[in-house]
Each structure stands twice: as C-alpha cells, then as structure tokens.
Design a protein around this ligand. Sequence first.
Ligand code: NAD
Length: 287
Amino acid sequence: MQILDGKALAQKIEEKVSLGAKELKAATGRVPGLAVILVGHDPASQAYVGMKKKACDRAGFYSVTHEMPDDISQDAIIKTIEMMNKNPNIDGILIQLPLPKHIDTTKILEVVAPTKDVDGFHPYNVGRLVTGLDGFVPCTPLGVMELLAEYNIDPKGKNCCVVGASNIVGKPMAALLLNANATVEICHIFTDDLKKHTLNADIILVGAGVINLIKEDMVKEDAIVIDIGINRATDGRLVGDVDYDAVAPKTSYITPVPGGVGPMTIAMLLSNTLKAAQIHAQEENSF
Ligand code: NAD
C-alpha cells in the first residue's frame, strides 16, 4: 500500500505556480488576481476562504474577499460579480458555496464571466469539460487527476466507481475520468447496493460527506482509493468518507484525510487563476 501524498504534490504545484506568476509579471506586468465572495458566517466557509487567501499570498497573487451578510439580496451579489467581471485586476472569481437558501446559486454562478470562472462551475465551462474541450475544470476533481498522474496511475481502461454525484465533485470527476478513457460508474444516495458497484472498481473515488461510507468489505484487493470527503468526527478530527485504518491495507494506493485531496484543491485553484491571468494577458496584448 502506498499513500498518495497530496500535501507534497500541492507544494510542488504551488512552487511552479509562483514561478509562473513571477514570469507573467516580468513579461507583462500582470499580477494574477482572485476575488472571493463570501456570504454569511459559516465557520467552515470562513476557514476555506482564509486558506485560499493565504495560498494566494504565498503564490504572490493579489486577492480580495467580499464579505457579505447572510441576508444580502441576490441583486447585490450579482452587482458585485458584475463589478469583478469588469475589473482588470481580477482574473478569477470564486463564489464560496453554499450560499444562503434565499439565493439562487445557479443564477449567481451564471453571472461569473467564463474566463474568470476559476472554479469551473459556469455551465459554459461544464459543457466544455463534458465535450473534452479546454476550459476551467473544478479544482477538486482536477486535483485528483493531477494526483493520479503524479503516481503514474492511468485511468484508461480501468473500472472507476465515483461515489457522490454533486456538480462540484462527483459529476466533473466522472467527466474527467471518462475523458481519460476510463469506464465510469457514478453512484449516489439512491444507488441500490453500493457495495456491488465499489467491489467491481479498480479505482474508487468517494466524495459523499458520509463518515466510514466505504468499508473494508466494499473494496477489492489492490484497489486504488481516493477519499474526497472532508468530515468533522465527533472528537473534532478531520476524517474522510473511507474507513481508512481497515481499508488502507487492502489497497495499492490510498489518499489520507487530511493531506490527500484537500491540499490539491487549493493548489488547483492557484493553477486555474494563473491560467486565467495568462489568458487575460494574452487578450490585452492582442488589442
Ligand atoms: P453534496 O452533499 O453536494 O453531494 C453529496 C453526494 O453524495 C450526493 O450526490 C449524494 O447523492 C451522495 N451521497 C450522500 N450519501 C450517500 C450515501 N450514503 N451513499 C452513496 N452516495 C451518497 O456534497 P459535495 O459538496 O459534493 O461534497 C462531498 C464531500 O466532499 C463532502 O465531505 C465535502 O466536504 C467534500 N469536499 C471535499 C473537497 C476537497 O477539497 N477535498 C472539496 C469539496 C467537497
């Protein structure tokens, strides 16, 4: 069993991105800029936004957080996004999810300019992903693909079981694997007999938000297990969706939580923001 070390790879990617940012600045004067919209006071969202800001600082990016109260109107959020769309110092716009219930998340995500959509949630970028075209890909599944590549794991021809079918994790994960020529099954809350599906998988990728969802008897010998879940256990520890101690000895590769997919997500956000800045620099130069 080998651990897929997302923390180490994320650091390597961050160093590459920092270098890319320095080169871009030297060539064009442009500093990559990220705007984050944070609505409300959810402690987990605040912590994630804090980590993203620190990562931007490390990489030499400009970043700004627009903090808004829980009862902010949808129009006010839209106006702020439209302002960011026009702001030449901003290359990437990130809407920290979830948004409060009275806000239509789909509508908000559609306002973000597709070339600033560094989270890859705009339907334009979703469509490009599904059709296998270049665009912005959601950071968490993109990070998983980078992690697999780092360890020379090629999903081509492999049976992959994605557990969880959200727009931000499971669906884009499945699209990326399919684009990489894997055979993909997508399971979710209504899947009958989850074990039947996971037992057939060479690679299990789980992002459901359920502690110990994947147990030892659901994993075949030498499978690769990617744990995307991040949950807070009753004792306060961060844990994934996999019963790690029991499952790990059976696997050929496994990601730990923390230190697996989590750090990769932030590294890919930086990478996507640099990509956006490079696109914007090129657009500027072509006028
Ligand atoms: P979500 O609630 O939007 O979606 C959960 C998905 O899991 C749904 O498709 C649901 O049908 C499925 N599911 C739930 N219970 C299930 C069960 N018992 N059996 C099978 N499928 C089940 O959540 P999300 O935003 O996609 O996040 C999922 C998990 O991934 C959470 O733990 C979240 O914290 C984590 N996450 C991690 C990162 C990271 O950087 N590692 C990023 C985003 C989300």
